[in-house]
Design a protein around this ligand. Structure first.
Ligand SMILES: Nc1ncnc2c1ncn2[C@@H]1O[C@H](COP(=O)(O)OP(=O)(O)OP(=O)(O)O)[C@@H](O)[C@H]1O
Length: 280
């Protein structure tokens, strides 16, 4: 079966100028190397890796915001050549339009898609309800809490019905309780809509809780080190966090990640002392 998303030997290089030596030819450095990964339709895959290993770069490539230096990225078997409404991006920062209400923000993407006004209003209401914000449609972002703003951002991404959700640390800025509530909300939405989700996080707990599979990346240049299947029972009425296997999966991910984090920290220290390479 054709995977929903396929990364084939993806490599990505950046060109960087040294501000202290502006006449010098720009240096090239490799952020991603030989990344190969398939993500099935309707799958929830979580990506973890040390700081600066290229997770956001990978999401940018999948979002079509930049092109790989080599290798291919395929969506339903066709190369990704730019951004598209088939992929919704959710970032750590809410990126809401402050002068628009929650409803206005959700309707924004639908306007670009030329959805009729009445249908826009209907869908905005439906998706705000789905993320638990019924009754807050006419509130402006500054009248909402951080968690609520992130819900609006998720509703906005869902409203134009993308097949794939690309989420870059979407809950990182939230307090622990809001974060856990939104994780549950996201799992509920995922079950309800069958979207394909690629979710980046620094939190091992979050990765194990959300992911059907967790892909661990190496330190720079980022590669896929291993992919771990998470076989947790997420049925109604269960609490996967209290399941003893939760701790085992957590330990497995942590063990894979630990050496990479140390290597990334070493790289950062060397870069900082040489000041010749950017660091994440
Ligand atoms: N536009 C750019 N130009 C040059 N270097 C860049 C650019 N964007 C990212 N980098 C570098 O590429 C590497 C990977 O960055 P990226 O943001 O993808 O990592 P990350 O894994 O998402 O990091 P973090 O977990 O800290 O968010 C880093 O060393 C970063 O400094």
């Amino acid at each position: 079966m054709t995977p929903k998303l396929r990364l084939e030997h993806v490599r990505h290089e950046f060109t960087v100028r040294d501000p202290d030596r502006p006449r010098r030819a720009p240096a090239r450095f490799t952020a991603l190397e030989d990344v190969t990964l398939d993500i099935g339709a309707g799958e929830f895959l979580v990506l973890v890796g040390p700081s600066g290993c290229g997770k956001s770069t990978l999401l940018d490539l999948l979002g079509g915001l930049s092109r790989p230096s080599s290798g291919r990225i395929l969506l339903d078997g066709s190369p990704v050549t730019g951004p598209g409404l088939d992929r919704g991006l959710v970032f750590q920062q809410y990126a809401l339009l402050p002068w628009r209400t929650a409803r206005g923000n959700v309707e924004f993407g639908l306007e670009a898609k030329r959805v009729a006004r009445r249908e826009r209003a209907r869908r905005a209401r439906e998706y705000l309800e789905l993320v638990g914000l019924a009754g807050f449609e006419e509130h402006y972002p500054h009248e909402l809490s951080g968690g609520m703003r992130q819900r609006v951002a998720i509703a906005r991404s869902l409203a134009f019905d993308p097949e794939v959700l690309l989420m870059d640390e979407p809950f990182a800025a939230l307090d622990a309780q809001t974060r856990e509530a939104l994780q549950d909300e996201l799992l509920r939405i995922w079950t309800h809509t069958g979207k394909t989700v690629l979710f980046v996080t620094h939190s091992i707990d979050e990765a194990v809780y959300l992911g059907q599979r967790v892909a661990v990346m190496t330190s720079r240049p980022g590669r896929i080190k291993t992919v771990i299947d998470i076989g947790l029972d997420r049925g109604a009425g269960t609490d996967p966090r209290s399941d003893p296997v939760f701790g085992q999966y957590r330990h497995t991910v942590w063990t894979e990640l630990r050496g990479e984090v140390t290597a990334a920290q070493r790289l950062e220290r060397t870069a900082a002392s040489r000041k010749d390479l950017p660091h994440g």
